[in-house]
Design a protein around this ligand. Structure first.
Ligand code: NA7
Length: 545
């Protein structure tokens, strides 16, 4: 491939030998979780340090710099809640804030709590091996850093490992190409260019309307249409800003009470218990609301009952049809092969209208797949599309991919890739047996990200504080507790429509990955309760010594 940029320029430096860094805790990743985890451990007085692959803080909000990248959660529901000062000092400019502002926010937080001196940037973990004799993790990076730490905390997030489809010929393309989450730091000028986008997931749906205005011609290669729903973003005026700042306690209380820690929650009524006219008025009402209300604010049985789901799905399909002028194009954009909400619902601004532009072409590759990338562009079974730029909006090896791509080895030299070959198994999502003193704080709970990231980072902090107080130096998930938890977690997804659809939620977007719902699906309140209960019982289910 001509120029898929896996690393920004500043990361490509390969210095000579580096000194060994001796740490109490090494945290992988300076994203939302890692930054707060570092702050928590520094509060405990630990010698903790983050190793971060990127050249700056932000994680998802550092890497995903493509035009249109933004929160789909309300900015103020995604904000850190642990510091009243931080909440009051930061002004969100939009209800659903964009990537540049999100990255700025995470820099503001890191500076406010003086975290940056404790972050090793441009340090992508190559190997992490547990040494039983010393009870320490020995870590190396691609850039030559070496560290030894008693505790290793993975805060790599859930959508970090890029997924590039295995399409022959990608390297032969003569134009420029990027994966959306390895977007160049410098502005990409699309003026007059023939641009192709592969993929129509949440990322592409944010990107397409932004670049459609700028490119000479845009070709979108769609394999599966999605139920894209209007974001309804708006700027925050000073009066509203004041109200938001005054109501953080209520915002977070609301999030704590809902299944997925969003500001919206499912309606407890069953779809068909509500008469048709009232039901449709309700659909219109949630449709008119911003954010995820049209998903998480709908009747709860749309996630389990196919007939209920179909009733709402058809409402959404008609909303799509109404926005696309060409009925043939509209039908291609209407999803019919999977239930509403069984895949991540993309939130959009002007997505469907982009297809009304003369310079935008939708190519349905569901029946006629992309066969190869050529020197000139993209070749499907029946045509070749000549392009200057190819954008891979092809998603991620979600939740487990970043860890299984590392050489991460536990007590007996077994790698996490080998351990999870038949599906990820953990205790509480937080540890996996055979990997002592490794905490997995990636965020594998179906949850508004920061809300659960804070819970996890505080849980790890409290656990390490407890160990220090009691004189324990090693903690490991009990295999029996792990087995019971994994069985429990898997049982929760029975009957859920998520399991019927191919998606990154199920790991089925990546060839060879075991099919399983990758999030804990019991809800954020149950997760908080269970982890708190385990801690209160002296970390029941963990072996401490
Ligand atoms: P997604 O949601 O996994 O979307 C990836 C897209 O790429 C999806 O439309 C795929 O089609 C498509 N894809 C992947 N491989 C191919 C090939 N070979 N040919 C054609 N199309 C392909 O990733 P996103 O980055 O959009 O979103 C990930 C999350 O980030 C999102 O949910 C938010 O939480 C933020 P498919 O659907 O598999 O047919």
């Amino acid at each position: 491939m001509a120029s898929v940029r896996e690393k920004p320029i500043e990361q490509q430096v390969q210095p000579a030998t580096r000194p060994l860094q001796e740490l109490d805790a090494l945290i992988i990743g300076a994203g939302v979780t890692g930054l707060y985890q570092l702050h928590c451990l520094r509060q405990l007085g630990m010698n903790a340090r983050i190793f971060e692959a990127g050249g700056g803080v932000g994680g998802t909000w550092y890497w995903n710099r493509y035009p249109g990248a933004r929160f789909d959660s309300e900015s103020y529901s995604y904000a850190y809640g642990f510091s009243e000062e931080l909440l009051q000092e930061w002004d969100w400019t939009e209800h659903f804030s964009g990537q540049p502002e999100n990255e700025k926010y995470l820099n503001f937080m890191a500076d406010k709590f003086a975290l940056k001196p404790h972050i090793q940037f441009n340090a992508r973990i190559k190997s992490a091996h547990y040494d039983k004799a010393s009870n320490r993790w020995n870590v190396t990076t691609e850039e030559g850093h070496r560290a030894s730490a008693q505790f290793l905390i993975s805060a790599v997030g859930i959508l970090s490992a890029t997924h590039m489809p295995d399409i022959p010929g990608a390297a032969s393309f003569k134009g420029e190409s990027f994966h959306t989450s390895r977007w160049p730091h410098e502005k990409v000028d699309f003026t007059g260019k023939r641009v192709g986008v592969i993929g129509t997931g949440a990322t592409a749906v944010q990107l397409i309307p932004m670049i459609a205005k700028e490119v000479g011609h845009l070709t979108v290669f769609q394999r599966t249409p999605n139920y894209c729903s209007p974001l309804r973003n708006a700027t925050i005026d000073p009066e509203t800003q004041k109200k938001i700042k005054a109501s953080y306690p209520e915002i977070f209380a609301k999030c704590r009470a809902t299944f997925a820690s969003f500001m919206q929650d499912f309606d407890p009524r069953k779809t068909f218990d509500v008469p048709e006219a009232e039901r449709h008025a309700f659909y219109e009402e949630i449709w008119s609301q911003p954010g995820f209300t049209k998903w998480f604010g709908c009747f709860h049985d749309i996630m389990t009952d196919e007939a209920a789901n179909e009733d709402y799905a058809e409402f959404v399909r008609n909303k799509i049809r109404a926005r696309v002028k060409d009925p043939v194009v509209a039908e291609k954009l209407v999803p019919k092969d999977h239930p509403f909400g069984s895949k991540r619902i993309p939130l959009e601004t002007g997505y469907y209208e982009a297809y009304n532009q003369d310079n935008v072409l939708l190519v349905d590759v569901s029946g006629c797949p992309i066969e190869s990338i050529t020197e000139k562009g993209v070749k499907t079974g029946d045509a070749e599309y000549e392009l200057d730029v190819i954008i891979y909006a092809t998603g991620f090896d979600a939740i487990t991919g970043e860890l299984t791509r590392m050489d991460l080895r536990g007590e007996n030299g077994v790698s996490i890739k080998e351990k999870w070959a038949d599906g990820a198994s953990t205790y509480l999502t937080l540890q996996t047996a055979g990997f002592p003193n490794l905490f997995i704080a990636n965020g594998a709970v179906f949850c508004n990200f920061t809300r659960c990231a804070e819970v996890v980072a505080e849980w790890v902090r409290n656990c390490l504080g407890y160990m220090r107080e009691k004189g324990y130096t090693r903690i490991e998930a009990d295999p029996k507790a792990e087995e019971a938890w994994t069985e429990h977690a898997n049982s929760l997804t029975e009957g859920m429509l998520f399991t019927k659809t191919k998606s990154w939620f199920m790991g089925t977007n990546v060839a060879g990955k075991k099919k399983a719902f990758l999030f804990y699906a019991g809800g954020a309140p149950a997760f908080r309760d269970k982890t708190a209960e385990v801690a209160a019982k002296g970390y029941e289910g963990f072996i401490l010594n």
